[in-house]
Write a protein that binds this ligand. Structure first.
Ligand code: CO
Length: 305
């Protein structure tokens, strides 16, 4: 089990650093997500969730739909969040970078400096969190460490986003790792795997649903009259029964029209769950940094370092 966590972590870490170099003015978001997803498969792992690429005020849960024309602009605050599975054991990691290019065409130097601090703050939050992790550590203490570290930059964490426990084939295994002291006195166990993911913002620190659905998860079997919708559901049950999948994978397989109709019908019937992109309430900038760790008696092993 530990071997698989380590192997998945190494794959995610390697791809994360290669992929980060693709975040440049004029580059297409879809090229980045397709690179990440194909590399995971090439290295013999499975995709734990669609590669998320969330820009500026979008905190999470955006991935390219088919034919996405979205390009990076110099200075965009880009969160790259990826996950791989080996034997169902998951590595989940995210990093934030400013898109390369002539940033001063889009932002003042003061703005660029602020954006760099926002990125530094989530990294400091993650570092502080990891330093508190050990068997017996209370979740509220981890959250408090994150909040305090980000607060030192006069910034806010995103209060309504959390990290999560991981189990075999289960990306959100029931325990939430807060980014502030939420008074949860649950204590971590030795051997438990968790993804810790502080977000930092110059806004209020609340995210709300934004329009569109790009990422979905299978919920339950339901009967459908339309043949093509039945076929899509069967496909999801076969290929993505446990972890989230991309709408793009469905439209690539079934065509945009049929795929999108099916995704809508399946969502309405609660056969699948549609994730909305999450946007900061004041449309302020958001950074994220995430690692997966396995809890030990006197600390933890970071698998995605
Ligand atoms: Co995560």
């Amino acid at each position: 089990m530990m071997e698989s966590y380590i192997q998945a972590g190494k794959i995610v870490s390697d791809i994360r650093s290669e992929a980060s170099k693709m975040i440049k003015d004029g580059a297409l978001v879809i090229d980045l997500v397709e690179y990440v997803e194909s590399e995971i498969l090439k290295r013999g792992a499975e995709i734990a969730f669609p590669c998320n690429v969330s820009i500026n005020e979008i905190a999470a849960h955006y991935t390219s739909p088919a034919n996405d024309k979205t390009q990076f602009k110099a200075g965009d605050m880009v969160k790259l969040d990826l996950g791989a599975m080996v034997d169902g054991y998951i590595a989940d990691s995210a990093v934030t970078v400013l898109a390369e290019g002539n940033m001063d065409e889009n932002y003042t130097q003061d703005e660029i400096n602020l954006h760099e601090e926002i990125i530094e703050a989530s990294a400091a939050g993650l570092e502080a969190a990891i330093a508190t992790v050990r068997a017996g550590a209370e979740l509220s203490k981890i959250g408090a460490a994150v909040h305090e570290a980000i607060g030192e930059y006069n910034l806010n964490p995103i209060f309504n986003l959390t990290g999560h426990s991981l189990e075999q084939n289960n990306l959100h295994a029931g325990i939430s790792i807060p980014n502030y002291d939420n008074h949860d006195n649950y204590k971590l166990d030795e051997g438990q795997a968790i993804a810790i993911e502080p977000f930092a913002t110059n806004g209020e620190g609340i995210v709300n649903d934004a329009p569109g659905h790009y990422i979905f998860a299978y919920l339950a079997n339901k009967p459908f009259r339309m043949k093509s919708t039945q076929k899509v559901l069967k496909y999801i049950q076969t290929n993505n029964p446990y972890v989230p999948f991309s709408g793009r994978w469905i439209t690539d397989e079934f065509g945009e029209r049929r795929g999108n109709i099916a995704l809508k019908q399946l969502s309405e019937a609660m056969a699948i769950y549609p994730y909305a992109p999450l946007r900061e309430k004041k449309d302020c900038f958001v950074s994220q940094k995430e690692h997966t760790v396995v809890v030990e008696k006197e600390g933890c092993t970071v698998t995605t370092i």
